[in-house]
Design a protein around this ligand. Structure first.
Ligand SMILES: Cc1ncc(COP(=O)(O)O)c(C=O)c1O
Length: 404
C-alpha cells in the first residue's frame, strides 16, 4: 500500500499536459501547445562549451553537495550585479533546479503543522512541495480579486504556525509583477513576525516595458546572515536551459548548511556537466537574455491583443514571464472543464486556472512561435463562438465543427 503522503500529492498538472500534448502529436494530431513552461530558444553557446569541456575530459565526478566553487562564484557575482548584495560561498547552495532549492529550503524550515502563505495565484507546485515537507499550504486571495493581495490580506492569514511566505514575482501563472510597495511591506511583516520569506525570482530577468523586477534585499537592513530572506533563481528560464536542471538559493548560512545536508542525502548534488553549463551561461555573453525578452514581449503583445478581441474574455497585460492568465468565466466557470473542452474540440492545450488556485482563468504560454499563438487563440475563439461558421480555415488548417 502507498503511503498517506504519496496519496496526498497530486501529479504536476503542467508536466502531465506536456505528456498529453506529446502523445497527441505522436499520433499526428494538430496540437497547439499553449500550456508549456519553457522558451523554445537554444541554450547559450557559452553554456554548451562549459558543459562539453568537462564531458570531453571523461572525468565526471561527484561535486560538493552545494555546488562547484566556480558556480557559486558566478552566483555571487550575479547577486552583486542584480541585487547589490555581497554574499559569501556559505550563503549559496546550487541545486538541481530552482524547484529543488525551494524543496530543500522547505524541508529545512518546516515542522509538522507549520504553515506557508502562498498568494493566489501561486505556482502550481508550491502547495504540493509544502505538503511533501510536512507543512500546510495557506493560499491567500486578494480581497479585490486581483493578482496581488494587499498586505492586509497577507497579515490576516498570519497565525502562530506561519513559518514561511513564498512570493513569486513576476508571477507564474499571472505574469504580474508585485508592486515595490507590496514586496517592501511583506519584507517588513516577515521581519516583525519572524517569518521566513522565500522570493522565487525565476523570471526576474524576463520583465517587459523597460521595467526592472523588484529586489527584496533593497527593503531589509539586515545582512544576509542576519536575515530570513531567501532568494531563489535558476538558469532554466532566462537562458532557456530547463533540461540542465540548475537553480540556486542565496540566504542565511545556517539555513544553507541545513539545506546542503538535506540535499547531500537526496541527490549528493547537482549533475556536474550541468553545473559547468550554468557557469558558462552566467559568465558568458548575456545577449541571449535580451533576445529572449524582446521576442517574449512581442509575443505577449500579440497574445493580449488577440485575447482582448474575444468578447467576454478579461486579460491583464503580463509585466513579465511568458504566461498570460485570462479570465474566461464568462464562458465557463470550471477551468478544468473549459481546458478539457478546448483540447478535445480544437486540440489547444492550456492549463486550468484551478491548478494555480484561481477558477475561471486559463494559463496560456506565449513562449512558442507567433504562428502557434495566433492560430491557438483563433481556434479557441472559434470553439467558443456559437455563431461561428461550422467550417473554417484557421491558418493552414480546415476546422469543422464536429471534426472530432
Ligand atoms: C515560479 C517557478 N519557480 C520555479 C520553477 C522551477 O524551476 P526549475 O526548472 O529550475 O526547477 C518554475 C518552473 O516552471 C517556476 O515557474
Amino acid at each position: 500500500m502507498l503511503s498517506q503522503l504519496a496519496l496526498s500529492i497530486a501529479e504536476s498538472a503542467t508536466l502531465k499536459l506536456n505528456e498529453t500534448a506529446a502523445l497527441l502529436r505522436d499520433k499526428g494530431e494538430p496540437v497547439i501547445h499553449l500550456g508549456g513552461g519553457e522558451p523554445k530558444s537554444r541554450a547559450p553557446i557559452d553554456a554548451i562549451i562549459g558543459c562539453t569541456a568537462v564531458l570531453n575530459t571523461g572525468e565526471v565526478r561527484y561535486t560538493p553537495a552545494d555546488g562547484i566553487p566556480a558556480l557559486k562564484k558566478a552566483v555571487i557575482r550575479y547577486t552583486e550585479q542584480h541585487y547589490d548584495r555581497a554574499v559569501k560561498p556559505e550563503n549559496v547552495i546550487v541545486s538541481s533546479g530552482a524547484k529543488q532549492s525551494i524543496m530543500v529550503a522547505l524541508y529545512a524550515l518546516l515542522d509538522p503543522k507549520d504553515e506557508v502563505i502562498l498568494p493566489v495565484p501561486y505556482w502550481v507546485s508550491y502547495p504540493e512541495m509544502v505538503k511533501l515537507a510536512g507543512g500546510v499550504p495557506v493560499p491567500v486571495r486578494a480581497a479585490d480579486g486581483s493578482f496581488e493581495p494587499s498586505i492586509a490580506d497577507i497579515a490576516q492569514a498570519v497565525g502562530p504556525y506561519t513559518k514561511v511566505i513564498i512570493l513569486n514575482s513576476p508571477n507564474n501563472p499571472s505574469g504580474a509583477m508585485y508592486s515595490e510597495d507590496f514586496v517592501r511591506q511583506v519584507v517588513e511583516l516577515c521581519e516583525q513576525k519572524d517569518i521566513w520569506l522565500i522570493m522565487d525570482d525565476t523570471y526576474n530577468r524576463l520583465v517587459f516595458d523597460g521595467r526592472q523586477s523588484t529586489n527584496a534585499y533593497a527593503f531589509t537592513g539586515e545582512d544576509v546572515d542576519g536575515s530570513k530572506l531567501v532568494v531563489v533563481n535558476c538558469v532554466s528560464k532566462m537562458y532557456a536551459m530547463t533540461g540542465f536542471r540548475i537553480g540556486w538559493a542565496v540566504g542565511n548560512r545556517d539555513l544553507v548548511k541545513a539545506m546542503t545536508n538535506i540535499q547531500s542525502q537526496q541527490t549528493s548534488g547537482p549533475a556536474t556537466p550541468s553545473q559547468w553549463a550554468a557557469v558558462g551561461a552566467l559568465n558568458g555573453v548575456q545577449n541571449s537574455i535580451d533576445a529572449l525578452r524582446v521576442t517574449l514581449e512581442n509575443n505577449r503583445d500579440v497574445m493580449v491583443a488577440r485575447l482582448s478581441a474575444i468578447p467576454g474574455v478579461k486579460v491583464v497585460k503580463p509585466a513579465g514571464t511568458f504566461y498570460a492568465f485570462p479570465d474566461f468565466s464568462a464562458y465557463e466557470k470550471s477551468s478544468q472543464k473549459l481546458a478539457d473542452f478546448l483540447l478535445e474540440k480544437v486540440r489547444v492545450v492550456v492549463v486550468p486556472g484551478k491548478e494555480f488556485g484561481m477558477e475561471g482563468h486559463l494559463r496560456m504560454s506565449f513562449c512558442g512561435t507567433l504562428k502557434e499563438i495566433k492560430e491557438g487563440i483563433d481556434r479557441i475563439q472559434w470553439a467558443l463562438d456559437p455563431n461561428a461558421p461550422n467550417e473554417i480555415f484557421l491558418g493552414s488548417r480546415k476546422l469543422i465543427r464536429d471534426w472530432l
